[in-house]
Design a binder for this molecule. Structure first.
Ligand SMILES: [Fe+2]
Ligand SMILES: [Fe+2]
Length: 241
């Protein structure tokens, strides 16, 4: 992990007056994603930029979202790259690729649940399941697979803070589920992905997306799925109503 990046994120978060310790943990992670992706921009907590958004194709695909809205998407691309290097299944690689896409583009709070819901109509069930529960699992070590409590949370909050009851409940549920490793694998490739200066691209993942993401022919946002409105919001988040 980049120490300067961590300290900068920690400073931004501690000045933001966030009360709950888990909210601060979330904010810190999101701030780090933001700094990694756009270090030249002011912190998220201060102001969202109003730069013009690029025009998306009429029938946008997931790859179009990566190119037009999620870019540079360094954090998720690095996570997916690590998963691929470690020989994970294509479904886990896809889960790593999508695990935080709501954070910089739609909603940050409870991002595991939001990201899972967004993609649920289009991916294998266990991909969405893994993404939903990665958020809770990050707070719980699992020595049997070498997952340690994130160093940045220890530095920021001390080793003794308590996750909220719903996070604990989600963890307990996921831990005993047959798909536990789907979610755990995301956290294992997530924690170490805040590195700068690593060039990543969506190109190596286009085939995996093609095999496992059911791209609607009308385009994301136009397909009347239960989550089409989320994709429309990302196409144009500045609609007035
Ligand atoms: Fe996450
Ligand atoms: Fe992440």
């Amino acid at each position: 992990m980049d120490r300067r990046l961590f300290l900068k994120a920690a400073a931004a978060v501690s000045g933001a007056g966030i009360v709950g310790v888990n909210d601060r943990a979330e904010a810190l992670e999101h701030e780090m994603i933001h700094l990694l992706e756009a270090p030249e921009r002011p912190p998220l907590r201060k102001a969202e930029g109003e730069e013009p958004l690029s025009v998306m194709p009429a029938k946008p695909t997931l790859v179009d979202f990566f190119r037009h809205r999620f870019a540079p998407a360094s954090h998720v691309l690095q996570s997916a790259t690590r998963a691929q290097k470690h020989g994970m299944s294509e479904e886990i690689i896809l889960a790593c690729l999508l695990h935080d896409i709501s954070v910089t583009n739609l909603v940050r709070a409870d991002h595991g649940w939001w990201c899972a819901q967004m993609i649920e109509p289009y991916v294998p069930e266990k991909v969405a399941w893994g993404i939903r529960y990665h958020q809770a699992l990050r707070f719980f070590p699992d020595p049997s697979v070498g997952y340690e409590y994130p160093e940045m949370y220890v530095r920021m909050f001390g080793a003794d803070h308590e996750p909220e009851p719903y996070i604990k409940a989600a963890h307990d549920y996921a831990r005993n589920h047959k798909w536990y490793m789907e979610a755990r694998s995301i956290t294992m490739h997530d924690d170490y992905s805040f590195e700068r200066g690593v060039e990543v691209s969506i190109d190596p993942f286009v085939d995996i997306i093609g095999r496992h993401f059911k791209q609607p022919k009308e385009g994301l946002g136009n397909d009347n799925s239960p989550t089409a409105h989320m994709w429309r919001t990302m196409i144009n988040p500045r609609r007035r109503l």
